[in-house]
Design a protein around this ligand. Structure first.
Ligand SMILES: Nc1ncnc2c1ncn2[C@@H]1O[C@H](COP(=O)(O)OP(=O)(O)OP(=O)(O)O)[C@@H](O)[C@H]1O
Ligand SMILES: [Mg+2]
Length: 326
């Protein structure tokens, strides 16, 4: 099985993810896959929620917080600015309170609640998640490539439904607090029905979004999830563990891609012992990877002579992954 064939044979898998430990090549493969698919004529968005702005680095362009930026024909990249999104989120909540209760000013207690809620990690996560859902359900692109943060976090996104549960609790709590707030309570009484309607609508909307997004993530018809691995002891052990966890969340695995393989034919050349040793060790790890993951190993990508930044280097990686791009 080759990577190119996986894409050809499963044209409905339009949500692509590369997972794995930190620094193994997730962003590199995301960008290269986006490049390949764009060259094949598909409209592609590669996006991340990583505040480290690594897509900006690899495309050598500042795209952070700028929405979807066109990198080349058919290829768009986006880096979500979570802080900005939280601010918009807060403003939205304020607006809702204005609309619901017809107030001119947000009561101080409520305002400090809004501020406190925004400072919570769960709020940041749900703000990010919210924007990811917006992107993913927008249906503007043929392919969505989600440049994931390292494993632990990725798992967190997958269990995000629970974060939303918390959020729902918060709305309910906010509602209670509002009704305890005597001045507001009077207003609520008069507009009880409208309030109930709006909250119900909100909850149903959240439910729809949770179902849509977690549905996408665990739908092997729509999603291709690849693990990035390198031929080293630690990476191998961690990946095995992670694969087990992902299986628990029903993430459909499309295969493993081995990165940073020192070209084995170097052994034929006159090379220093140091490199010869590394090559021998690598041989052992590659064997183990093949034995462990079998025919799920999709490709071996060589160690390049320099970091992968800029389109010409991205193209080289894409060709190593998918074969010659005409
Ligand atoms: N095959 C390769 N040859 C040479 N350099 C590579 C290769 N693959 C990745 N790199 C370099 O390794 C570094 C890490 O790669 P990358 O940013 O893609 O990893 P990541 O998994 O996205 O990391 P993070 O977990 O921090 O998001 C980058 O500098 C990248 O250019
Ligand atoms: Mg990355």
């Amino acid at each position: 099985m080759s990577l190119a064939r996986i894409f050809e044979e499963n044209p409905n898998r339009r949500y692509i993810m590369f997972g794995g430990k930190g620094g193994l090549g997730k962003t590199t493969f995301s960008a290269a896959t986006a490049y390949y698919l764009a060259k094949k004529g598909h409209r592609v968005l590669v996006f991340s929620v990583d505040p480290q702005a690594s897509l900006s680095d690899i495309f050598e362009q500042d795209i952070f917080g700028k929405g979807a930026v066109e990198i080349m024909e058919n290829l768009y990249a986006q880096e979500i600015d979570a802080d900005q999104h939280i601010k918009e989120y807060q403003e939205e909540i304020r607006q809702k309170i204005f609309d619901m209760y017809g107030l001119d000013e947000i009561p101080e207690e409520i305002e400090s609640y809004i501020q406190a809620a925004a400072a919570e990690p769960a709020m940041e996560e749900s703000a990010i998640f919210d924007q990811v859902v917006d992107i993913v359900v927008s249906a503007e692109y043929d392919y969505y490539i989600y440049d994931l943060v390292p494993l632990g976090h990725a798992l967190y996104y997958l269990s995000m439904a629970s974060v939303y549960d918390e959020w729902i609790d918060k709305i309910t709590k906010l509602r209670q607090e509002m009704s305890e707030y005597s001045q507001v309570a009077a207003v609520i009484k008069r507009e009880e029905e409208t309030e109930e309607d709006m909250i119900l609508k909100e909850l149903l909307d959240i439910k729809y979004r949770i179902n849509t997004s977690s549905g996408i993530l665990t739908d092997s018809e729509k999603t291709a999830f690849f693990f990035v691995i390198i031929p080293e002891e630690m990476a191998l052990l961690d990946t095995q563990k992670a694969a087990g966890l992902f299986a628990k969340y029903d993430v459909p695995l499309s295969g493993y891609v081995v990165n940073r393989v020192i070209p084995p034919d170097l052994a034929q050349k006159n090379i220093p012992d140091y490199l010869r040793n590394r090559l021998e060790m690598q041989e052992g790890y590659l064997d183990r990877i093949d034995r462990t993951f079998g025919n799920q190993v999709m490709a071996r990508i060589p160690e390049f002579e320099r970091d992968i930044t800029g389109l010409p280097m991205i193209e080289k990686v894409a060709e190593a992954m998918f074969g010659r791009i005409s």
